[in-house]
Design a binder for this molecule. Sequence first.
Ligand code: PGA
Length: 248
Amino acid sequence: MRQKVIAANWKMNMTPSKAEDIMKQLKSKIEKSHAEVVICVPSIDIVPVVSVVKDSNIHIGAENMHYEENGAYTGELSAEMLTDAGVSHVILGHSERREYFMESDMMINKKVRKALQYHITPIICCGETLKQRDAGETFDLIKYQITSAFVNVSATQAIKCIIAYEPIWAIGSGKVATAEQAQEVCLKIRSCISELYNEQVAYLIRIIYGGSVNAANAAELFTQPDIDGGLVGGASLKPEFEEIVNYK
Ligand code: PGA
C-alpha cells in the first residue's frame, strides 16, 4: 500500500519568526496524521521550522533548488545546503516557477536528478492550463512533462519521487478539479510511468493532487484510487490545514 502524503506549499508567505510560531502551534495537531506530512516553506524559514519539528515525524521541504553542485549562482540554493539544513523534500517544476522564472522541462529534470543524488524526495509538478484542457491537450502535455522530468532517472530512483498533478486553472482559483477529473489524470500519469518503467514502479510511485484543496474537498480527492494525497497551497496557511492532514 502506498502511504498517503500531504504536503503544504507556503509559497512566498511567512517571515521566519511567524513560521516558527505557526510550526510550534501546528506541530501537535498534525504529527499524528496517518499520512506523511511535508511542510514546504520559503528558504529563509527552513532553519527555524526544522528546529521546531526535529523530534517529530513531520518533514520539511523546500520550494525550489538549483541543479548545480555549487558555485557562482548568486541567490540560489544547492541540494547539499538543503540536506544539511534538514530538508527531506523539494517541490520542483511548480507552475509558478515554470511561468514566472522560465523553468524548462530540461532544468526540472536536472533538478530532479540532483535532488535524488542527495536523497531529497522531489515533488515533481505537472499540469495544464484551461486553454490546453479545452483544446484536449491535457494528456499529451502531462505525458511530455512526466517523460522529460524522468530522463536518466532509474527505476529505483523513480519509486522515491512524488508526482503532483496540479491543473493550473485550479491553483489558487477556488476552482478545484472534480474528484473524477483529478483521478482521470492521475491514472494517466500512472500509466505513463508504467510505460517509462514498468507496472511495479507505477504501482509504487505516489501521485498527489494540488489545486484549491481545502477541508471540504480533501477526503473525496485523496480517497480516489490513484490519488495518494495532496499538495496544498492557500489552505495550508489556514487553521483548516489540521483537518486536511487528519482527513477521514
Ligand atoms: P492552492 O495552491 O492550494 O492555493 O490552489 C496549490 C499549489 O500551488 O501548490
